[in-house]
Structures are given as C-alpha cells and as structure tokens.
Design a protein around this ligand. Structure first.
Ligand code: 5CA
Length: 447
C-alpha cells in the first residue's frame, strides 16, 4: 500500500478521553473512531489488525478440529425464555422490539441459539463429539464502557460450543480449548495465563480465564510467579490425544493462579514468599464446562448406544477478539507508539523514502515494493512529501516491526537501512539483502 493512497488519519494530539496507552495509540494511529459510547468504527489500519487476529483464531480453532460457522447478531427472546436466561441476564442485555411487537435482543453470547441448532439437527450419539464456533459481534450494555476496545458495548468475540455424550468427553473438549487458546495467544506474541475464575451468567463450576498481565488490566489476579516461565512453544499437539491435552492442562494449571473471584488466602500463603504475586491482568478469553445447564431445559438430547435419550454435555469457550488488540498494545509499546508482534502486524514492513521526487530514491523504493510484494509480503510505502522526521514518527506510532529507509546518500553507496522497531537497531545493506532479510523474518524466503 502506498501511504498517499491510503486512509490513515493519525492524530498529533493525545485525545483527552483516553486513559490507557492502548486506547491512546489506537486513536492516534487512526485505527478506531468512537461512534458512540463503547461502540467503534474500525478504520482501515485497525480493521487490518483485527482481521489478522481473527485469522490466527480461525487457524488454531480449525487445527483443533472445531468447525467454523456464523450465527446472527439479533436473536429472538423466545429461546432465552426457554433456558430461563431472558429474565436472569439483566440490564446488560439490549432488548429490542420489531415492528410486529416481537421481543428480540442483540446477542451477548450464543448458548441458546447454538443449542437450538443442535437439537433441530442432531439426534444420535454417533454424530458426537461436535464443536461449532463463530466469530461474531456481541452487544453487552456495559454500565461503564471504557478503555476503548477493552471494555466495549459492541465487541467481537470468538465463541465456540462443544456437544458431547459424556462428561469425560466434554472435559476433553475443555482441555482441547485450553491448549488451542494457549497456541493462539502465543502466536500473537502474548503470554496469557489460565487462571481459575468464576462463571457468572454463563454457569457451571469448571472455568478458567486467560489473563495477560498488565498494570492497566481490569482484573485483580494472584499467582505463583513460576507460572510465567511455562510456554507451549513449538511442541507437536495431537488434539485427539486425551492424555496429552489433559497433561498440558495440568502443566499450566498446577501452580496457583486465580482471579480475585476465586482467590484463596490460605492456598496463596502456602506459595514460597519470593514467588507470591498479586497483580492486574486483562482477560482475553474464558472457557466453561457447564454440563447439561442448557441441553436439559431446551431438550438437546441424543440417543445413546443403549437406546436411551440423554441430554448432551456442553461447554462454551470465548476469546475477546477485539479486546486482544488492546491487550497486545498494552503488552508491546514504547513512548513513541505501538510495536506490533510480527504475527499480527497490519503491514509487514514500512518503506520510508527520505527524498520523494529524487529519481534514484523513487526507483529504489518502487523496486523494493515490487520485490517484497512478489514474496507475498505487504509493505506500507510512505511516498508522501512529508519531511523525514514526520515519516519516522508516523512509522513508529503505527508500530510496523521493520522499516526500510531509502535516501539518495545511502543509494550512492548501494545501501538502504533496515531498522527493527523493537530494538531500534539499524543495519545498512543492499536493497536485495534487505528484501531477503525481511522475507526470512516472515518465513517467505523460499520464493
Ligand atoms: N459464552 C461464553 C463463552 S463463548 C462467554 O460469553 N464468555 S465471556 O463472557 O467470558 O466472554 C468471552 C470473552 O469476551 C472474554 O474473555 C473477554 O475477553 C471478551 N469480552 C467480554 N466482555 C467484553 C467487552 N465488554 N468488551 C470487549 N471484550 C469483552
């Protein structure tokens, strides 16, 4: 993309309403614009990152054997009356009447809708196990929407639902989600720690929240510092292997890590004092096993091997997709702006032309652009007439992990400069070497 043809409305001033760094940078970098309280438009740069995050979520869910689909945002109140949650859910649910005076609602979550789809189509244990998921906008009329996309009223969530014959199978689905979530967050450059939590209006006793440690997080957490040393890394995972998934859950949840809702002072005091931590965290996901809470009242039954009709065991599993952008920025930024991890960056590399209009510099930039694009990479080429300082400031603010700087002086010696946004280190090299290095970083060197 050429910046002169893009829509990147960066702000020089820090918006007064933004209290935390991710909100400030998302506004300043022209990623989002508030439409009304807790509701945002996703401007092109923000939308691009949102799509990248969504793509990683899809890839890891599909890898775990979960099936993508799409349910609507508006739902009929009737289903929620069946589960008993229409009255229970309270003020957070946005209730709407259509022209025929029918009660509708903007879905805050989808347990009822998916259970209805299941019961209409599945009747035998032979069709189990089944896990369906979607990535769809939700609405919760939060009393205090704040911190930009962190606590929105309208927000994007990945929500998945498992249907199993037995509790044991449903707990395997729970474990599978835990493992796939760990992989998902690690690919985004985040460490999200599973912590024992409370289940709230979703229900059930088994639940873990995934927390990214950050001073600006809304959750109070207590943990053994040794949990921060555990990584999933590149290990091979077989999502059908019950023992392996269970072992990973145990590895990640053996040490004390809880939110304030389930915090146990006595258990916390048993941790060696040097490892005891109380901190704040951003909740980027939550998994639940709730058994037959919805299947029983809504009649989601299957025939088992003995011919008996039994309610299915279910769980639901959510990732805060739009919130993740805020969490990634909270975890990765400096005083000049965002520093995107390579896995989610909106453009792979920035090209800064120090002297737009200079024949050699323009030709070199066009050549770099074409060579990067040929390797399947997306550069953002600042081809505007701005002065160098302003171009650098914009690149630093929007946080592309790599920048190639091109100027007549370097070109006279046959070199451009490749700079890491994270370390600030620069290296001079030929344009070809810069393309090869960037391609290697993104695993596109085979072309
Ligand atoms: N049905 C279950 C699982 S699919 C469910 O709704 N779980 S949840 O309530 O925990 O939401 C899942 C994730 O959505 C949360 O972990 C959080 O990351 C995100 N989320 C929840 N509320 C908001 C909000 N107001 N703004 C942004 N993200 C939110």
């Amino acid at each position: 993309m050429r910046l002169s043809r893009y829509f990147l409305p960066v702000l020089k001033e820090t918006p007064a309403e933004a209290q935390i760094v991710s909100h400030r940078y998302m506004l300043r970098a022209g990623m989002i614009k508030q439409a009304s309280a807790g509701i945002y438009s996703w401007l092109p740069l923000g939308y691009k990152v949102l799509r990248r995050v969504e793509q990683i979520v899809h890839e890891e869910q599909i890898r775990a054997g979960h099936i993508p689909m799409l349910m609507p945002t508006l739902q009929s109140a009737d289903l929620w009356r069946e589960s008993g949650r229409y009255d229970d859910y309270g003020e957070e649910m946005l209730r709407i009447k259509d022209r025929h005076d029918r009660d509708m609602l903007y879905g805050p979550t989808n347990e009822e809708l998916i259970t209805d789809i299941f019961r209409s189509n599945v009747t035998s244990y032979r069709d189990l196990p089944l896990t369906l998921y979607h990535i769809q906008w939700k609405f919760r009329d939060e009393i205090r929407p704040r911190f930009g996309v962190m606590r929105g009223r309208e927000f994007l969530m990945k929500d998945g639902y498992n249907f199993d014959l037995t509790k044991e199978d449903a707990l395997h689905a729970y474990n599978r989600h835990l493992v796939s979530y760990l992989r998902t967050y690690e690919r985004m450059g985040l460490q999200a720690i599973p912590m024992r939590a409370a289940s709230g209006p979703i229900g059930g006793d088994n639940t873990h929240e995934f927390l990214v440690l950050a001073e600006t997080g809304e959750s109070e957490v207590f943990y053994d510092s040794a949990v921060t040393d555990i990584r999933l890394g590149e290990r091979e995972i077989d999502y059908d292997d019950k023992a392996q998934c269970q072992a990973i859950l145990e590895e990640f949840t053996a040490l004390y890590a809880r939110t304030d809702e389930t915090h146990d002072e006595a258990a916390f005091a048993a941790i060696p004092e040097a490892r005891r931590r109380s901190a704040r965290g951003i909740e980027v996901g939550q998994i639940f096993y709730f058994g037959t809470k919805y299947s029983e009242p809504m009649g989601a039954m299957v025939t088992d091997a003995d011919g008996n009709r039994v309610p299915v065991h279910m769980g639901s599993h959510g990732i805060g997709v739009s919130r993740l952008l805020g969490a990634i920025i909270e975890a990765s930024h400096d005083e000049r702006g965002i520093i995107w991890p390579e896995g989610v960056t909106p453009f792979h590399v920035g090209i800064v032309n120090l002297k737009q209009g200079d024949g050699a510099a323009d030709v070199a930039c066009d050549g770099l652009y074409a060579a990067l694009a040929a390797r399947g990479l997306e550069p953002l080429y600042d081809d505007t007439a701005e002065r160098a300082g302003a171009k650098f400031a914009t690149m630093d603010l929007i946080g592309l992990p790599w920048r190639i700087t091109v100027g007549p002086r370097g070109l006279a010696n046959g070199v451009v400069e490749l700079t890491s946004r994270r370390t600030g280190e620069s290296e001079e090299m030929s344009p070809e070497a810069a393309v090869a290095k960037v391609a290697e970083i993104y695993g596109r060197s085979s072309l």
